[in-house]
Write a protein that binds this ligand. Structure first.
Ligand code: GLN
Length: 451
C-alpha cells in the first residue's frame, strides 16, 4: 500500500509507470502474506517490483511503449517475470521505456518522456532518466518500487542506472531467458535488474536468471548465489583500464571520476593494469548496423493482423502500410529503414557482413585481455550526467543521442556482463556512474568488485 500510494502521488509528474496494477499487487501481496504465515516464503516474498513494459505479463498491458501494440495483453508470462513471481515477488505495474527499447533518453515512448527524479542543484529543469529502461531507473530512484526489471541491448540498463544513481547489471548473453521479452535485436538483448544497491541487484539477478528450454540461447549453467560474492576480498584481482576508452573530448569530470574508481580499487587491494581494446572505436558504428538489422526483421511481425493496432485500408497491403505508418514512432521507423537497407541484396556484404566481422574483432579484443588474467575492466558508464528533456543537441542529430552508448555497446557486441554503479556527483550535483565489464559468466566477480 505504501508503494501504491507513492506511485499514485508521484507518477503524474515522473511518468515512470504506464500501467499501475493495483488489483494484482494487492492479490499477490495477500498470497505472499499467506505463504509467510505458513513459513513457505520464497527468496523475494512480498517484495514489490516494477516491470519494464517489454516483458510479457499474462493478461496485463504489454506494449513496449509503442502505439502499434495498443491493447495487447499477452496470453503468456515471460520467463524472467515468471521466475520472480515463483520466488514471491509482487508486481506493482508496467514501466515506461523508449519505444521497442530504442533510445537513450526515454523520449521515444508513445506515452511521453519519463522525468528523472534528480535535478541539478538550484535548477528546475526536468532531466531525462536515460533509456531505454528510463521508467525502471526513475521508479527505483524515486522509491516507486523496491527494484525493477530492465533490458539492455546496447546500454539500456547501465546508462539509465548511471543517470539516476542506481545500480544496473546486464548479465552475460544467455544468462536470462529472452522468452516473452519483446524482441529488439535478438543477438544483443539481455534482461537484468535495476536496483538501489549492489546487494539488491545480486538478489534480483539470482531470481531472474535461469536456463530455459523455450530460449535456445539461454545457457545451462547453475545460477550462483550472487549475494555470497559481496564482501569478498579484491586482493590478487587484476582490474584492466582500457586506454581506448579515454576518448577525445572526454570531460575532465568523467576523467576524474574514473581516476577515483581506479584509486578505490587499488586501495582495496586490486592490481591495476593498463590494457588495450584496439577495436573499441568501431563498436558504436557496427552496433548501429547490427541492432537496426535485427530490429527490422523482428518488427516485421507488427502488421495489423496479429497484434494491437489495425488501421483499415482498401486492401491488405494498404492496411499494413497504414498500420505501420501510424503505429511506429520516428525512431523506430528510422531503425527499420536503416536495418532494411543494410540487409538488402546490394548492401549486405558492405554493411551487415562487415559489421558482423567487426563484432568478432571486438569480442577477440576482450578474449585477449581476459586470457592475460584480467578479472574485470573499469570504465566510465556514460560520457556525461543526465541531460535535459528535449535537449536540442541530442534531438537535432540522432548520432549525438547514439553517442550516449559509446562505453556500453561493446559489452553487448561481445556478449559480456557489465554493471553500472553510482560513483559520485558532478559539479551540478547529478549522479555519475562507473562501469565494470566482466568475463563471460563472471557476474560474481562483478558483484564483488562493484560492492
Ligand atoms: N540506446 C541504445 C539504442 O537506442 C541501446 C538501447 C538498448 O539497450 N535497448 O539502441
Amino acid at each position: 500500500e505504501a508503494y501504491l500510494g507513492a506511485i499514485d502521488a508521484a507518477n503524474e509528474k515522473l511518468n515512470a509507470y504506464v500501467a499501475v496494477t493495483h488489483d494484482q499487487a494487492r492479490a499477490m501481496a495477500k498470497a505472499s502474506d499467506e505463504r509467510l504465515a505458513k513459513n513457505e516464503a520464497g527468496a523475494l516474498e512480498g517484495i514489490p517490483l516494477g516491470i519494464k513494459d517489454l516483458f510479457a505479463t499474462e493478461g496485463i498491458h504489454t506494449q513496449a511503449a509503442s502505439h502499434i501494440l495498443d491493447g495487447f495483453k499477452p496470453r503468456y508470462e515471460s520467463t524472467v517475470t515468471a521466475n520472480l513471481w515463483a520466488d514471491g515477488a509482487v508486481m506493482l505495474g508496467k514501466l515506461n521505456m523508449d519505444e521497442f527499447a530504442m533510445g537513450s533518453s526515454n523520449e521515444t515512448s508513445y506515452y511521453g518522456p519519463v522525468i528523472n527524479p534528480w535535478r541539478a542543484a538550484g535548477s528546475n529543469q526536468d532531466l531525462v532518466p536515460g533509456g531505454s529502461s528510463g521508467g525502471s531507473a526513475a521508479a527505483v530512484a524515486a522509491f516507486l518500487c523496491a527494484g525493477a526489471t530492465a533490458t539492455d541491448t546496447g546500454g539500456s540498463i547501465r546508462q539509465p542506472a548511471a543517470f539516476t544513481g542506481t545500480v544496473g547489471i546486464k548479465p552475460t548473453y544467455g544468462r536470462c531467458s529472452r522468452w516473452g521479452t519483446v524482441a529488439f535485436a535478438s543477438s544483443l538483448d539481455q534482461a537484468g535488474p535495476i536496483a538501489r544497491d549492489v546487494r539488491d541487484a545480486a538478489i534480483l539477478l539470482k531470481s531472474m536468471a535461469s536456463v530455459d528450454a523455450k530460449d535456445t540461447t539461454s545457457v545451462d549453467l547453475p545460477v550462483p548465489d550472487y549475494e555470497a560474492a559481496l564482501g569478498r576480498s579484491l586482493k590478487g584481482m587484476k582490474i584492466g583500464i582500457p586506454k581506448e576508452y579515454r576518448m577525445d573530448g572526454m570531460s575532465g569530470e568523467i576523467d576524474a571520476l574514473w581516476q577515483k574508481g581506479i584509486d578505490w580499487l587499488r586501495d582495496a587491494g586490486a592490481e591495476i593494469v593498463d590494457i588495450s581494446l584496439p577495436h573499441t572505436k568501431y563498436a558504436l558504428p557496427a552496433y548501429y548496423i547490427v541492432a537496426p538489422a535485427e530490429a527490422s526483421s523482428n518488427l516485421a511481425r507488427y502488421d495489423g493482423v496479429r497484434y494491437g493496432l489495425r488501421v483499415p485500408g482498401k486492401d491488405i497491403i494498404d492496411m499494413y502500410e497504414k498500420t505501420r505508418a501510424a503505429g511506429f514512432g520516428r525512431e523506430v521507423k528510422r531503425r527499420v529503414m536503416i536495418g532494411t537497407y543494410v540487409l538488402s541484396a546490394g548492401y549486405y556484404d558492405a554493411y551487415y557482413l562487415k559489421a558482423q566481422k567487426v563484432r568478432t574483432l571486438i569480442k577477440r579484443d576482450f578474449e585477449v585481455v581476459f586470457d592475460a588474467g584480467v578479472d574485470a575492466i573499469l570504465t566510465p558508464a556514460t560520457p556525461s550526467a543526465a541531460f535535459g528533456v528535449a535537449d536540442q543537441k541530442m534531438n537535432a542529430d540522432p548520432v549525438q543521442m547514439y553517442l550516449n552508448d559509446v562505453f556500453t555497446v561493446t559489452v553487448n557486441m561481445a556478449g559480456l556482463p557489465g554493471i553500472a554503479v553510482p560513483a559520485g556527483l558532478d559539479a551540478r550535483g547529478l549522479p555519475l556512474g562507473l562501469q565494470l565489464i566482466g568475463q563471460p559468466f563472471g557476474e560474481e566477480t562483478l558483484f564483488t568488485v562493484a560492492h
